[in-house]
Design a protein around this ligand. Structure first.
Ligand code: NAD
Length: 265
C-alpha cells in the first residue's frame, strides 16, 4: 500500500509519519501541507523526530492523490472537502480523522464514499471503539431511569467542542436507547437551567494542558451510578489505528466504513 499524508506537519501528521516509517506493510510516498505552511520543503522524517526520509513536505495535493493508494487526513474540515475531491478524481481510498465536520463537509465525505473506500472515525483508538460498543449496550440495558452524561477533556489547543468522540459516544448511547440524539442532547448548561429533563443526554467539556483525550460516560440513577471511562495518554494510539485502517482498506469496495468495521466489532 502506498500511503500519502495530508497535514503531515501537524501534531497527528507527524505521529502518522513516525508510525509508518517505524512499521512495515505500508510505504509512505509523500505528505502535504497548505500552501502557506512554514514547513514546505522540510524533510518529513526529520519533522517527525526521525532520520531524514528523503521526502519533503509538498503542497501539491492532486499529485499526492494521483500517486497514493490511500491518503490519511487529519487536517481541518474545510481542507477535508478538497481531499474528498482528490479521492474521487484519482480513485484513492481515504482515511479521515479530522473532526468538527459540519453538514456540508459530511455530505462531501458521503459523496466520496460512493466512489472509493472511506474510513472515517472520530477516534481511531481501539479502546474508544470498544467503549462505543459498550455504551450502546449499557444504555439499552439501563433504560430511562438512568440519566446519561458525557464528559470529555482535551488539551488547550483543541478548537471544536464537544469532541467528535464525545458526540459519537452520545450517539452510541442514543442508539442503545432507540432515541434521536438531536432531540435529546443538551450540549450546554449555563445560568438558571431548570431541572434536568428526563431522557436528555448531557455533554460537558473541559479544556486544559496537554490532555490527549479523556472521555467518560456517566449513567446516574437514584441510588447508583455507573461510569465508563477511557483515557488516551499518547496520540500514538490514534496514529496506529489510522494506519491499521489504511492497510485494511486495500481492495475494499466503495463505501463509508468506521473503525468498528476495521477491528471487526
Ligand atoms: P494540527 O493543527 O496540529 O494539524 C493539522 C494540520 O493540517 C496542520 O499542520 C495544518 O497546517 C494542516 N492543514 C490545514 N489545511 C491543510 C490543507 N489544505 N492541506 C494540507 N494540510 C493542511 O491538528 P491535530 O491535533 O493534528 O488534529 C487534526 C485533526 O485531527 C483535528 O480535527 C483533530 O480533532 C483530529 N484528531 C482526530 C483524532 C482521531 O482519532 N480521529 C485524533 C486526534 C486528532
Amino acid at each position: 500500500m502506498k500511503v500519502g499524508i495530508v497535514g503531515c506537519a501537524g501534531r497527528m501528521g507527524r505521529m502518522l509519519v513516525a508510525e509508518i516509517l517505524a512499521g512495515d506493510g505500508v510505504t509512505l510516498i509523500g505528505g502535504t501541507e497548505h500552501g502557506e505552511s512554514a514547513f514546505l520543503g522540510q524533510d518529513i522524517g526529520g519533522l517527525a523526530g526521525l532520520d531524514e526520509a528523503g521526502i519533503v513536505v509538498g503542497s501539491d495535493t492532486d499529485a499526492l492523490f494521483s500517486k497514493a493508494d490511500v491518503v490519511i487526513d487529519f487536517t481541518l474540515p474545510q481542507a477535508t472537502i478538497g481531499h474528498t475531491q482528490g479521492a474521487i478524481k484519482h480513485g484513492t481510498a481515504l482515511v479521515i480523522g479530522t473532526t468538527g465536520l459540519g453538514n456540508e463537509e459530511q455530505a462531501a465525505v458521503a459523496k466520496a464514499s460512493n466512489s472509493v473506500a472511506v474510513i472515517q472515525a472520530a477516534n481511531f483508538s481501539v479502546g474508544v471503539n470498544l467503549l462505543l460498543a459498550l455504551t450502546s449496550q449499557v444504555a439499552g440495558v439501563l433504560g430511562n431511569d438512568y440519566d446519561i452524561e458525557v464528559l470529555e477533556m482535551h488539551h488547550r489547543h483543541k478548537v471544536d467542542a464537544p469532541s467528535g468522540t464525545a458526540l459519537a459516544l452520545g450517539q452510541a448511547a442514543a442508539d442503545g436507547r432507540g432515541v434521536d440524539l438531536e432531540a435529546v442532547s443538551k450540549r450546554v448548561r449555563d445560568g438558571h437551567t431548570g431541572a434536568r429533563i428526563p431522557g436528555n443526554i448531557g455533554f460537558a467539556t473541559l479544556r486544559g494542558g496537554d490532555v490527549v483525550g479523556d472521555h467518560s460516560l456517566i449513567f446516574a440513577a437514584d441510588g447508583e451510578r455507573l461510569e465508563l471511562t477511557h483515557k488516551a495518554s499518547s496520540r500514538t494510539v490514534f496514529a496506529r489505528g489510522a494506519v491499521r485502517s489504511a492497510k485494511w482498506c486495500e481492495n475494499k469496495v466503495p463505501g463509508l466504513y468506521s473503525m468498528r468495521d476495521v477491528i471487526g466489532l
